[in-house]
Design a binder for this molecule. Structure first.
Ligand SMILES: *Cc1c(COP(=O)(O)O)cnc(C)c1O
Length: 463
């Protein structure tokens, strides 16, 4: 063992070998040093553990080629595409909504070339980035005006800063949510410079609770979507219409943080609980905020829609600049919104909506197809089983969608190890583990993903 340890060369010595000098020419010196250190330390661990095979010929071409290959592999981007086989359509850890080809094309266009981002082509004068998609949002939601910012969290912060700074915001105790990444509504209200006034109880808040809490320094009634949880049983909350009437009578602003805004009725797919933005505005809500990359199916963005006078105030806010949307997201958002217009059918054109509305037999057929591919390839045990998929992204946390999964196991490989190996495939495949088997849900993958999944299994099971 010690003699093998002594045979390990110094990194400095290796850098002078002619074969390795060639690798330095092809990459960078630092990359070669890092790769050599990594390799030598792994060999040292193997030797100490007593299972090192023969040492390589460190001066040889083969060693240098292996080193080069390792460096190229380490150069793969950190942020890259994966296959989402989790069954969670809007998965925040996996990048949320997949974009439609039209949205990608718009990003390509506006990214590769100069654009009229802030140029009014009619007047030749300075224009506003906020104008490009505003009319489209108004058309699709019935709003009088709209403003787009970086994400829904930014929309909520801006909305509160612009309407309630230094004044009070009334919110129900049952709606003071925390969503992922420690966005806590009470803290956000405080950071916006407003003062939270909680009303009601966790499970029940009545219109009278809001009315009783109104004093001189109240500016806003805030309603929020309880995205990732449900209170069930003995519950009550006032109708939007009643809140709207109260706000109007007392000259307050009614704001709703909707999170995952939907633009079309999704009740035919068993998703009746998700309110449509247009209906919320019709009920009298003054401002509604929602995400671009949840059920809308577009890029990361936060949309504020509602009363023109308040939106004008927010547009003039000095911190708007810090929250603004970038041109690529804006291009993708505008293109996605256009897919909601007739004669387009958003249910087939927008990936998120296509996944959640796909008929079950189509999902099952995809499962059968993948199972056949994996079976033919060999090396694993495959079956097709009914499964439950979820919308994710804070919408409809209890509501599952009927789905089918391919259930796979590899002999002598525990499910955790299989999951790990699949995460290291190119591209990585992310599924879920259930009762010791790997489940690949077919509602969140496309037909294009199937060969990628098959290739990942091939890399894992190939002898
Ligand atoms: C998701 C969500 C947000 C935050 O949206 P982002 O676009 O991720 O910033 C805010 N409020 C609610 C109710 C949400 O569900």
């Amino acid at each position: 063992m010690n003699s093998q340890l002594r045979q390990l060369p110094q990194v400095d010595t290796l850098l002078h070998s002619p074969a390795i000098a060639k690798v330095i020419d092809a990459c960078s010196r630092q990359e070669v040093i890092d790769a050599l250190r990594d390799l030598l330390s792994r060999l040292r661990v193997d030797i100490l553990a007593g299972h090192a095979a023969e040492l390589p010929d460190f001066a040889g071409d083969r060693f240098a080629q292996g080193l080069h290959a390792q460096i190229l592999k380490a150069r793969a981007p950190n942020l890259r595409a994966v296959v989402n086989a989790t069954g969670i359509i809007i998965h925040t850890n996996l990048g949320r909504a997949r974009l439609a080809p039209e949205a990608l094309a718009a990003m390509q266009d506006v990214g590769a070339q100069a654009s009229n981002l802030e140029l009014n082509l009619t007047t030749g004068k300075r224009g506003s980035r906020y104008d490009h998609a505003e009319a489209l949002i108004c058309e699709l939601t019935g709003a009088d005006a709209a403003l787009i910012v970086n994400n829904c969290a930014a929309a909520v912060v801006l909305g509160l800063m612009g309407t309630a700074m230094g004044r009070k915001v009334i919110a129900s105790r049952g709606e003071l949510i925390e969503i992922g990444g420690s966005f806590r509504l009470p803290d956000v209200i405080a950071q916006s410079g407003a003062v939270l006034k909680e009303v009601g109880a966790t499970n029940k808040t009545r219109i009278g609770d809001y009315a009783d809490a109104i004093e001189d320094d109240v500016a806003v009634l805030l309603k929020s979507h309880t995205s990732n949880f449900r209170i069930v049983g003995f519950t009550a909350s006032p109708a939007r219409e009643d809140l709207a009437k109260l706000a109007k009578d007392r000259d307050l602003i009614l704001i709703e943080d909707l999170g995952s805004g939907v633009l079309i009725d999704l009740s035919p797919f068993g998703l009746a609980d998700e309110p449509v933005v247009a209906d919320i505005l019709k009920a009298g809500v003054d401002l509604v905020m929602f995400s671009g990359d949840k059920l809308l199916g577009g890029p990361q963005a936060g949309i504020i829609a509602g009363r023109a006078d308040i939106i004008a105030q927010l547009r003039a806010h000095p911190l708007l600049r810090a929250l603004r949307i970038d041109k690529l997201s804006l291009a993708a958002l505008e293109a996605t919104l256009r897919l909601y217009r007739a004669p387009n059918d958003p249910l087939t054109r927008i990936p998120v909506l296509r996944m959640l509305s796909e008929p079950l037999p189509t999902v099952q057929a995809r499962a059968d197809l993948l199972a056949g591919m994996l079976h033919d390839q060999g090396g694993c045990e495959v079956s097709v089983a009914p499964s439950a998929a979820y919308v994710g992204g804070g919408a409809m946390p209890q509501q599952d969608l009927a789905s089918f999964a391919v259930s796979v196991s590899v002999p002598d490989l525990p499910a955790d190890d299989l999951a790990k190996a699949l995460r290291h495939a190119h591209p990585p495949v992310i599924g879920r583990i259930h009762q010791g088997r790997m489940l690949l849900d077919m509602r969140t993958v496309t037909d294009d993903d199937l060969p990628r999944i098959a290739a990942a299994f091939n890399a894992v099971t190939a002898p």
